[in-house]
Design a protein around this ligand. Structure first.
Ligand code: FES
Length: 206
C-alpha cells in the first residue's frame, strides 16, 4: 500500500462498529480494515473515533490500527451551544490573537476556551472538536500564577501538547481549560501557528 493511502479514511469492522478516521479529509474514505491489539507505545497520529462511543482508536506512524482507548468527552457547551452569561455571573477571559489584538469576553463558569473562542469569532481551529486528539486549540497562558490555578494536564493532553508548534512552559489546550471563578481574568495568547495533521497530510498528497 503506498504511504499516501495508509493514513487516511474509515476503519470498519473493529468491534463491529464503524470508526471515522480523524485524519481523513472530508468526504474521503480509505480501505484500512481489521483489528489489532492495543499498543501503549502507539501515538495517536491515526486516531479514529467510534461513532456514539466514548472511545478512540489509535494507529501507528504508518497508519495501521493498533487499538482503542477512552477519550475525554466535552460538555454540551462545546458542541456549538453557547450563551453569554447572565448579568452578575460573568467571568472574563482575554484572547490575544496573532496580531496582538486583545479580545476580552464575558463567559460562564463551566465554559471551555474552545467553545468560547468559536462562539466569539476568535481564530481557534479545534480540529477534533474538543476530544483532546489534536493540538489546534493550543493556547499559551500569559500569567504563571493563573496557569497554576488550572487543573494539571492529563496524559492525553500532554501527548497532544507534544505535537503543538511553539510549545511553552505555560502551554495548554484551549478545549481542556474550563472557566471557574479562580480563572476570572485569564489571559491567553494564541500561537502564531498550529499543527493540523489533516491539513498538512492532505497538502502532501496533492
Ligand atoms: Fe483538539 Fe482541543 S480541539 S485538542
Amino acid at each position: 500500500m503506498p504511504p499516501a493511502a495508509r493514513a487516511i479514511g474509515r476503519v470498519s469492522g473493529v468491534g463491529g462498529r464503524s470508526l471515522q478516521c480523524l485524519r481523513a479529509p472530508l468526504g474521503r474514505q480509505c480501505t484500512i480494515q481489521g483489528r489489532a491489539s492495543l499498543s501503549t507505545a502507539a501515538r495517536p497520529i491515526h486516531g479514529v473515533r467510534s461513532q456514539g462511543q466514548r472511545s478512540i482508536g489509535f494507529g501507528d506512524s504508518v497508519g495501521n490500527f493498533v487499538g482503542r482507548r477512552a477519550f475525554s468527552a466535552t460538555s454540551a457547551a462545546s458542541h456549538g451551544h453557547w450563551e453569554p452569561p447572565p448579568p452578575g455571573k460573568e467571568l472574563y477571559v482575554t484572547f490575544v490573537d496573532k496580531e496582538g489584538d486583545e479580545h476580552k469576553i464575558a463567559v460562564n463558569e463551566g465554559d471551555n476556551l474552545l467553545t468560547i473562542a468559536q462562539a466569539n469569532d476568535i481564530e481557534m481551529e479545534g480540529a477534533c472538536e474538543g476530544s483532546c486528539t489534536c493540538s489546534t486549540c493550543h493556547v499559551i497562558v500569559k500569567d504563571e500564577d493563573m496557569f497554576d490555578k488550572i487543573p494539571e494536564a492529563d496524559d492525553d493532553e500532554n501527548d497532544m501538547l507534544d505535537l503543538a508548534f511553539g510549545l511553552t512552559e505555560t502551554s495548554r489546550l484551549g478545549c481542556q481549560i474550563v472557566m471557574k471563578p479562580e480563572l476570572n481574568g485569564l489571559v491567553v495568547n494564541l500561537p502564531a501557528m498550529t499543527r493540523n495533521m489533516q491539513a498538512s497530510d492532505f497538502a502532501k498528497r496533492k
